[in-house]
Design a protein around this ligand. Structure first.
Ligand SMILES: [Zn+2]
Length: 502
């Protein structure tokens, strides 16, 4: 053996035996900055060879009788190993919906899904579907862009073109998703190594069978079984843990998480909020759809056909509302004429010009959904009350109004000067809030516009005054981890609340 004087020669490609490596996509080098990632013969990259290294470990005599389903083509395995090898390609041949796989339970011995699940809206359904279509005695080979870097999965809720069309970037907390969706199923975290560059890739091997789990552990000694809890933890779902609930794509949550259209990226020329940090602008807008979704996803809920964005500004949320509800009649309301002009044109909405005094508002149309972000947070008590009253009156039966307020978290941030909220002294407002009363501090030169603090019990008392309304949500710091979110629903007239008697 000779003493190494330079980096040892890499091993040949484990897919094609090629020895020549070249630059990767966009000319990139491998993670070590020295190696070239792409096999010039078979075009494989690090992850393909890392997955192949795991398949090479798994491969045994049973493969020749195995029926395989693979989502998208990749070189992690070789179709010639198996008795049948079906490929499903998105927008290509045999396109199966990963969230609702059009195949009977237990159809395959091996189901392979590499770098696809991050492209679907409902990855929980996809996890269940992968396991459902694999035979209990078989296994699922699953991977997605590496979940090891982040602690927490970052979900943005739509396929972001600037993120390769992904819906999310997985974090280590994906284990919790496995636990919730596949309780008691054997899930192994496995690391594959690319022989050419030494680069490693994480993946998951999943099986419902104890025997197969034992086999995985034998074939792949570095497989780490993760805790997925107990099959009997969730009796309601335990009858057949692998039988997925087929998601109805028309559900409101599905619609909001996977809007039929992409939100418009058109900004008004004077939209400073959008111009200063576009990514954040979209994140906060998207997050409004998440809170709206959780508020309106009620029994018997319908996709809203009429939507009011009240105090719409330059359309930070309106663009997402339009994308999620392309067929809805939408109204964009604001006191700024320019904002109303822009949003109504850009997002195909009716303009509604508001006066600055809510006492002069009159809304004659009825809506299925009203969204009002960051308005009550600026209003004194009487005007906040007036606005809520107006929302209640402008809802169709079963319609929902979702609005935001400043609660305990904002009180804390203001009291500790973490944010200024553009008012110098809010001590009176804070004192009032601490006594469970509405707090307000006007901006300089204003009387009816400023910084407000709304105690929970204030809201609850307001809603209790209205037997025609149901409070469906009060979620502290739910919007962008900042403002409180309140949702109220107009009750159907046939079933009023029982009057409160004390
Ligand atoms: Zn190769």
């Amino acid at each position: 053996m000779t003493k190494a004087t330079k980096a040892p020669a890499t091993k040949p490609c484990n897919i094609c035996d090629g020895k020549d490596l070249g630059p990767g996509p966009g000319g990139r080098m491998s993670y070590d900055g020295v190696s070239s990632p792409r096999c010039t013969a078979c075009q494989s990259l690090e992850r393909h060879r890392a997955f192949r290294s795991v398949f090479n470990q798994l491969k045994d005599h049973s493969f020749k009788n195995a029926k395989v389903l693979q989502f998208s083509t990749d070189r992690s395995n070789d179709a010639r190993w198996f008795s049948s090898h079906e490929i499903s390609e998105y927008e290509g041949d045999n396109p199966l919906d990963l969230q609702n796989i059009d195949r009977p339970n237990e159809s395959y011995d091996i189901v392979v899904c590499n770098h696809v699940i991050e492209h679907v809206a409902d990855d929980r359904a996809a996890m269940r579907e992968l396991v459902r279509t694999a035979k209990d005695s078989g296994f699922v080979f699953l991977s997605f862009p590496d979940p090891l870097r982040l602690d927490k999965t970052n979900e943005w809720g739509y396929p972001d073109d600037t993120q390769h069309g992904h819906y999310r970037l997985y974090g280590k907390d994906v284990r919790q998703k496995f636990k919730e969706e596949l309780p008691g199923v054997h899930v192994f975290a496995v690391t594959g190594t690319d022989p050419c560059t030494g680069s490693t890739e994480g993946l998951w091997l999943i099986t419902a069978s104890d025997k197969r789990a034992e086999w995985i552990q034998q074939q792949v000694p570095n497989a780490q079984r993760i805790d997925t809890g107990n099959k009997d933890q969730n009796p309601s779902e335990r009858t057949n843990p692998t039988k997925a609930t087929i998601k109805n794509p028309s559900t409101i949550m599905g619609r909001l998480l996977s809007p039929p259209a992409k939100p418009s990226r058109e900004l008004a020329p004077n939209d400073n909020m959008g111009a200063s940090n576009l990514d954040r602008y979209f994140t906060v807008g998207r997050d409004a759809m998440r809170v709206i979704g959780s508020a309106i996803n009620r029994p018997g809920a319908q996709i809203p056909e009429s939507v009011l964005d009240f105090a719409c500004g330059w359309g930070r949320v309106a663009r997402h509302l339009r994308a999620s509800f392309p067929d809805a009649q939408m109204v964009c309301a604001d006191v700024w004429k320019d904002a109303v002009d822009f949003t109504s044109k850009a997002f195909d909405a009716e303009p509604m010009q508001l006066s600055t005094d809510p006492n002069e508002y009159e809304i004659t149309t009825k809506f299925d959904l009203i969204w009002c972000g960051s308005l009550i947070t600026h209003l004194p008590e009487d005007r906040a009350r007036r606005v809520i009253d107006m929302f209640a009156n402008a809802l169709n039966p079963n319609g929902v109004a979702v609005f935001t307020t400043h609660g305990r978290s904002v009180r804390h941030r203001k009291a500790n000067n973490i944010y200024s909220y553009s008012v110098d002294d809010a001590s009176t407002a804070i004192e009032s809030f601490d006594n469970n009363k509405y707090g307000f501090a006007p901006y300089k030169g204003e009387t009816n516009y400023g910084f407000s603090l709304t105690p929970m019990n204030w809201i609850v008392n307001e809603i209790l005054q209205r037997p025609d309304m149901t409070q469906v949500q009060y979620s502290e710091r739910a919007w962008d981890d900042h403002q409180d979110v309140v949702a109220i629903q107009r009750r159907s007239t046939t079933e009023p609340h029982r009057p409160i008697t004390t």
